[in-house]
Design a protein around this ligand. Structure first.
Ligand SMILES: NC(=O)c1ccc[n+]([C@@H]2O[C@H](COP(=O)([O-])OP(=O)(O)OC[C@H]3O[C@@H](n4cnc5c(N)ncnc54)[C@H](OP(=O)(O)O)[C@@H]3O)[C@@H](O)[C@H]2O)c1
Length: 260
């Protein structure tokens, strides 16, 4: 089995969840997925493709760079010829639906990142499991939980957007669900934490669970003025029979904090 993006937050969790299998974890340094696979790489088992360009704002300034990784890289992973699990995002949706997005809803990405991930879904091919997930956090890498713990320890107040609603998903829970998913039919699957919240509500929960005395000032996305547009509502749910159900995001938060 091969794990790409093994140095990322999901890659690390996948390596843990599949420990015990014969695993080849590949970091960015081992294989730049924008380039064809290194000679001799011929996985006999699953390819868990967690490598991606995840800098949502940075993609606006370098759409070709983002596409090379998210589309070209997924195509290269598919070309390995082994059963493929590819990861996609709630940002393939525009947020206008206003109630949970299911697999049969039409994507309409608002950002370069979302467009490259949607094209990456197609590059994965019909024979892949395409896992759409959202707002990932874990014990490594750059994520919202680690950023808030850092800020909350230094400041009395942080400004956080309150007009985007989604499902903060703990990578440990997602990786465990991927083990279940590979026993199910292929195709697109929505796999995200139970429950939903805004970023501001998530920040308040982080401070409460971590015992940090820091206030959250609720602001709008317009006030934050980030380069990439994000959907105002991107709650994911599955309409597919037997879909793995993840614990509530607050349980994911507690599980993550125990490791930090
Ligand atoms: N993070 C989220 O909130 C979120 C939400 C929904 C879906 N997803 C999807 O979930 C998957 C995993 O995301 P994540 O949160 O684990 O991201 P992450 O922590 O940023 O990890 C991505 C990994 O990919 C590596 N990478 C970047 N460019 C690469 C390249 N050209 N070749 C090889 N490796 C490369 C990065 O290495 P370097 O850091 O060394 O470049 C990093 O280790 C991605 O498909 C992402 O689009 C993420």
């Amino acid at each position: 089995m091969l794990v790409t993006g093994a140095g990322g937050q999901l890659g690390a969790a996948l390596c843990e969840a599949f420990a015990g299998e014969e695993l080849v974890p590949l970091t960015h340094a081992d294989w730049d997925v924008a380039l064809p696979p290194p000679a001799g790489l011929a996985p006999a088992g699953l390819v868990l493709h967690a490598a991606a360009w995840t800098d949502v704002d940075g993609a606006e300034a370098d759409p070709q760079g983002a596409a090379a990784v998210n589309v070209g890289g997924t195509q290269h992973a598919a070309e390995l010829g082994a059963p493929l699990v590819a990861f996609s995002t709630d940002y393939v949706f525009d947020g206008h639906k206003g109630n949970p997005y299911v697999e049969s809803d039409s994507p309409a990405p608002l950002s370069v990142y979302g467009r490259t991930k949607l094209l990456g879904e197609a590059a994965a091919g019909d024979g892949a499991w395409v896992v759409r997930t959202s707002w990932l956090f874990g014990w490594t890498g750059r994520n919202f939980v680690r950023a808030m713990l850092h800020l909350g320890a230094e400041r009395d107040e942080v400004a956080v957007v309150d007009d985007q609603r989604g499902c903060p998903t703990y990578v440990g829970h997602l990786a465990a669900a991927v083990r279940e998913l590979v026993e199910l039919p292929r195709g697109i699957w929505h796999v995200a934490a139970d429950g939903d919240c805004t970023w501001a509500e998530f920040a308040e929960a982080i401070f409460a669970e971590a015992g940090l005395d820091c206030r959250v000032r609720r602001i709008t996305s317009a006030e934050l003025a980030r380069p990439a547009l994000r959907p105002s509502y991107s709650v994911l749910r599955s309409e597919r029979r037997g879909a793995p159900r993840l614990p509530h995001w607050r349980e994911g938060l507690r599980a993550c904090l125990e490791r930090l």
